[in-house]
Ligand binder design. Sequence first.
Ligand code: PMP
Length: 363
Amino acid sequence: MSHVDKALGFVRPAVRKMDGYVPGLQPKPGQHLVKLNTNENPFPPSPRVLAALRDATEGTMRLYPSPAADALRERAAALYGIGPSQVLCGNGSDEILSMLMRTFVNERDAIAYFSPSYSLYPVLASLANARTAAIPLPRPDKDADMAGLAVPSPKARIFFLSSPNSPYGVGFPTAWVARLLERFSGIVVADEAYVDFAAESSLPLLAGSPRLIVVRTLSKAYSLAGMRVGFAFAHDAIIREMMKTKDSYNVSGLAQVAACAALDDQGYFRKTRDAILDTRTRFTASLVERGFRVLPSRANFIFAVPPAGIEAGRLYEGLLGRGFLVRHWKTGPVSDGLRISIGADSDMDALLGAIGEECHGSQ
Ligand code: PMP
């Protein structure tokens, strides 16, 4: 046995046998691609964020940051109409999802989620040596299909509900989540990464439901994906328990400064969010005109199935060759479509041109 094999023998079997999470492709240094594959925001963060970062004192970097990000908790609580003790800040909402696993899930417990949804959930389950209950999510044609969706009641500790769903983009009505809380007896995590682009949130259910945890991020609607800031909103007793599972100083000082400034500028948030919603409407209509089937999106991306005769995987490759990076899954229930982030108007126009040329070429 080599020295390396000996060392590897100490790795936890659960880790040894799992595949890690595969993030969306990142351009290589120097490679120029129009990046529409990980639902980033085409707008820069609010100018107030940049000003706050410039004004941050040396103490922001030299000293440890506030362990619980107290100023940020207060800002978020005021904005969302809850108490600061109901807010937990994370290094992105991905870290919040990890904390949820550490707080609620023992080895061999099960977690449930819809399939398709966020592909990190099964990875977190593998890491925790937990089981998974993946419930098939029928592909909806219209918002009304979501209201009529059967409410599942799997045996699991947590139901991770990506709402709006990724990659389909459809949202779950608040009344549907209320029914889920009635039927499912475990913890319901409403993973609302994209909710700022949607009409409904589960937040109003929080007051009456200590089993509900709402997860948010500043990566999408607030243009702060690189800063890594996410939240959990829940009953304060639940937040107190989750707090024990976090790294001591999990949100960096600069990230706390940037996040406070971003939340403070609601005018900029609304303006950029509305521009993205307009582009979403326009881009969707243009794809439908070209024969694509586009699911009703409540997010800053759309899921589109190309017209008959055009294979999604080939279209993905063709677009990549033309400098456009979108998301395609080679296998599984979504392999027939592409998930396309809503970027700047000019990029979406250029993408439409490229799609037109690709589709024309393959017919
Ligand atoms: N939840 C969902 C459904 C997502 O798509 C993402 C982004 N990949 C996240 C959570 C995590 O986002 P972040 O860690 O940037 O807050």
